[in-house]
Design a protein around this ligand. Structure first.
Ligand SMILES: Nc1ncnc2c1ncn2[C@@H]1O[C@H](COP(=O)(O)OP(=O)(O)OP(=O)(O)O)[C@@H](O)[C@H]1O
Length: 248
């Protein structure tokens, strides 16, 4: 299913600033529609980046290329890690199986399952079917399923799009906590400046399609706290950069 001929996977040690993903000159068209134009960036071990772009600019396409789910593209992806977790836009849970049985598909070890459920405040819902959960809980289960494999790289495709702001912030803080514990690298694609700022060390601003990187912003020193004035300052600076450049 993936593009494992083009993706050159190598094992490596845990070296500081070690590049684990090299995305080089990626372009992609669907027939005559060019959606991605010459995108390149590197991702280091433990680093988190956001690809911030307007609706329909090709974010899902790009992250699916990186995940190995799309194989007809130009350019190369070199990925040096094996364990990749992927959280899709919509929760993809098996509706007739309980939370725990959904997780057993990817991890048999019950102790590890319960540890993850606990960390994501899902332990009281282990025996619920997805339809009995709220949208936020379902998205948490989705996240649990991606984290349970102890990924070295977590790919998030606008996973909070359907959630209200409180749920969004609460799940984002869970991800930040899990990252502190597990030190995985992360790529989040989003059109939401706040999400990008909260979740990443570096933001790549994408243009409308055909999508290319128009700016790279280091946000590692911005406090990950929406009540902090520094956060608001950074948010409005980024908003002013994208205003007028995205068609909206
Ligand atoms: N399989 C496909 N075949 C043809 N066109 C496609 C296909 N997948 C996506 N597209 C088109 O490519 C463009 C980019 O789509 P994509 O879903 O990658 O963008 P996006 O930035 O993730 O969008 P959104 O923010 O709305 O989720 C859109 O115009 C879409 O209609």
């Amino acid at each position: 299913m993936g593009n494992f001929e083009k993706i050159n996977r190598k094992t490596s040690g845990n070296i500081l600033n070690e590049v684990i993903l090299n995305v080089k000159s990626i372009s992609k068209s669907y027939g005559k529609l060019k959606v991605i134009e010459d995108i390149s960036f590197d991702l280091s071990r433990g680093e988190s980046i956001a690809l911030l772009g307007p609706s329909g600019c090709g974010k899902t396409t790009l992250i699916r290329i990186i995940a190995g789910l799309i194989d007809d593209y130009e350019g190369t992806i070199e990925c040096r890690v094996q364990k990749i977790g992927y959280v899709f836009q919509e929760p993809r849970l098996i509706p007739w199986r309980t939370v725990i049985d959904n997780l057993k598909f990817v991890e048999e070890n019950e102790e590890r399952i319960f540890k993850t459920l606990e960390a994501l405040k899902l332990h009281d819902f282990a025996n619920f079917e997805p339809s009995k959960l709220s949208g936020g809980m379902r998205q948490r289960v989705n996240l649990a399923r991606a984290l349970i494999v102890e990924p070295e790289l977590l790919l998030l495709d606008e996973p909070f799009a359907s959630l209200d702001v409180h749920l969004k912030v609460s799940i984002i803080s869970d991800i930040i906590e899990r990252r502190k514990d597990m030190n995985f690298s992360m790529i989040v694609v989003t059109h939401d400046v706040r999400e990008a700022l909260l979740l990443s060390d570096k933001i790549y601003i994408l243009s409308d399609k055909p999508s290319s990187i128009i700016e790279e912003i280091d946000v590692s020193s911005v406090p990950k706290d929406i009540s902090n004035p520094e956060f608001h300052k950074a948010e409005s600076q980024i908003l002013s950069k994208i205003l007028g450049r995205w068609r909206g």
